[in-house]
Design a protein around this ligand. Structure first.
Ligand SMILES: Cc1cc2nc3c(=O)[nH]c(=O)nc-3n(C[C@H](O)[C@H](O)[C@H](O)COP(=O)(O)OP(=O)(O)OC[C@H]3O[C@@H](n4cnc5c(N)ncnc54)[C@H](O)[C@@H]3O)c2cc1C
Length: 453
């Protein structure tokens, strides 16, 4: 079967990836049915319990631009120009993300973004939204979806964007093993509220992503367009300094007083947040295979959930949507062929960003306060200023460029070796041998290719 023989595509999950994919496919003339387990957020209000805001980077922005919705998204999106580190003693250290002014990342509201994508998809007239449809089981022989509370429905082809705990992935794996590896992180997260000040102003600098790095754990905060911030505490789930030890207000208060004193007056709902917000789990999902014959394909978190420390899960999911929509512009290939091509294109990228996201946790919670790390960052930016056609920091390749993640990973390894050589014995930028830098960069790094379409 090919897309040309398919009268309707079914998408599982109307989260960020499912809604964008529905929109992109509708724009290409497909008829789409979107199945979501939660009630319609326009009637029930947004479903809470997931990170309220997210860092949107160039990859995600490109997909939104291609779907024609970026300008609308930017109405509730705020630029973050760099990291603002908060020490135990309340000292602030700012560090810009990019080498130039326009290299910023964007704090965006999850529920607003999801709603905008749903509305845009529905407005095409090609997308049927079915809320309260929780997929429980799939009959592959009969091509039928079984739901928890609704009558069963047939499907022709199923694109699964039902998130990290994907029910479709489970059903595919039960029918023919996918080689799934789910690696749970031993750290969890708790969301905290930093409201606007009494005067209605931001309680912290709104143009920064704030980090309280504490070595084994950290708190971060991203701004919202209503002038509040959403804070997130990332901490071990068990053991010393863990959520397990913070079971009552006395321990919670003492812990914050000890480690995050400068933030205490900005967290008036701290006790309520501990009571009302669940500790979220984090992990990485890798699958050997992402598709089930010509019947179903996984994408977004369902295929490759990652830890959030590079702010790339949604961005990677949006890249998936665009890559798949582009493959579906040709309606003549079999579904299985399309699924194979998609997997060949995206799996290596998913693995690379999964690894970089794990590495970034150690960077965010510990390395950012190390003077050697800060000097390394300075040198990276200086080398980009001097040799930007070849040398671009890995962080920037991931956040501000759109070349494959796997290339960013590879180039990052080479660049790291160059930085090690240049910084051996150097305690400041003035002591770096820039003639040697020029030679190493010319010898070891190819010029960066032009950005993909
Ligand atoms: C704390 C935290 C912070 C994060 N920060 C960032 C960030 O800054 N930047 C970034 O890019 N990414 C970030 N992410 C990752 C990002 O949230 C995910 O990568 C993104 O939501 C993936 O989109 P998705 O559509 O694949 O999955 P989801 O957004 O999880 O959507 C899945 C949808 O499927 C529905 N569903 C689930 N099961 C069923 C079922 N059985 N039947 C029908 N429907 C179902 C769900 O209700 C949901 O609507 C963060 C994640 C966390 C946990």
């Amino acid at each position: 079967m090919t897309p040309a023989d398919t009268s309707r595509i079914t998408i599982a999950g109307a989260g960020l990836a499912g809604s964008l994919l529905a929109l992109l496919l509708a724009q290409r003339g497909y008829s789409v049915q979107l199945m979501e387990r939660n009630p319609d957020p326009r009637l029930a209000g947004p479903h809470s319990g997931r990170s309220i805001n997210l860092a949107l980077a160039e990859r995600g922005r490109h997909a939104l631009r291609q779907a024609g919705v970026l300008a609308a998204v930017d109405r509730f999106t705020l630029p973050m120009r760099g990291r603002m580190m908060h020490s135990e003693w309340g000292e602030l250290t700012a560090q810009s993300y990019g080498a130039s002014e326009d290299e910023v990342i964007w704090s965006t509201h999850r529920a607003d973004l999801n709603l905008l994508l749903l509305n845009a998809a529905e407005a095409t007239g090609q997308v049927e939204l079915r809320f309260d449809h929780k997929i429980e089981r799939i009959d592959w022989a009969q091509q039928t979806l079984h739901f928890s509370t609704q009558p069963s429905l047939p499907f022709e082809v199923l694109l699964a964007a039902d998130g990290a705990g994907s029910a479709v992935r489970r059903a595919m794996d039960a029918a023919a093993p996918l080689g799934v590896r789910e690696e749970l992180l031993d750290h969890g997260y708790l969301e905290l509220t930093i409201p606007a000040s009494d005067g209605g102003e931001f309680a912290l600098d709104p143009e920064a992503l704030h980090i309280w790095p504490r070595g084994g754990f950290m708190m971060i905060a991203l701004p919202n367009s209503d002038r509040s911030f959403t804070g997130t505490l990332f901490l071990a789930r068990h053991g010393d300094s863990s959520f397990e030890r913070l079971q009552d207000w006395t321990h919670q208060q003492d812990f914050f007083w000890l480690h995050f004193r400068d933030a205490m007056d900005k967290l008036p709902r701290l006790q309520a947040d501990f009571l009302e917000h669940p500790v979220g789990i984090l992990g990485t999902v890798r699958c050997h295979r992402w598709y089930h014959g010509q019947q179903a394909l996984l994408l977004g978190d369902a295929a490759h959930a990652i830890v959030p420390f590079h702010g790339q899960g949604m961005n990677a999911a949006f890249e998936d949507c665009l890559a798949l929509a582009r493959l579906l512009e040709d309606r003549s290939q079999s579904w299985e062929r399309i699924f194979q091509t998609f997997q060949a294109e995206r799996k290596e990228q998913a693995n690379a960003i999964a690894d970089m996201a794990l590495e970034n946790y150690a960077i965010m919670r510990a390395a950012v306060r190390d003077p050697v790390f800060l000097l390394r960052k300075k040198l990276e930016h200086e080398l980009e200023r001097r040799h930007g056609e070849r040398f671009v920091p890995r962080y920037s390749l991931v956040m501000f460029h759109r070349g494959p993640y796997a290339d960013a990973y590879r180039r990052g390894e080479i660049q790291s070796e160059i930085l090690d050589l240049l910084l051996a014995g150097a305690g400041s930028l003035e002591e770096v041998d820039f003639t040697l830098a020029e030679r190493l960069i010319a010898e070891r790094l190819e010029p960066l290719p032009a950005p993909p379409d």
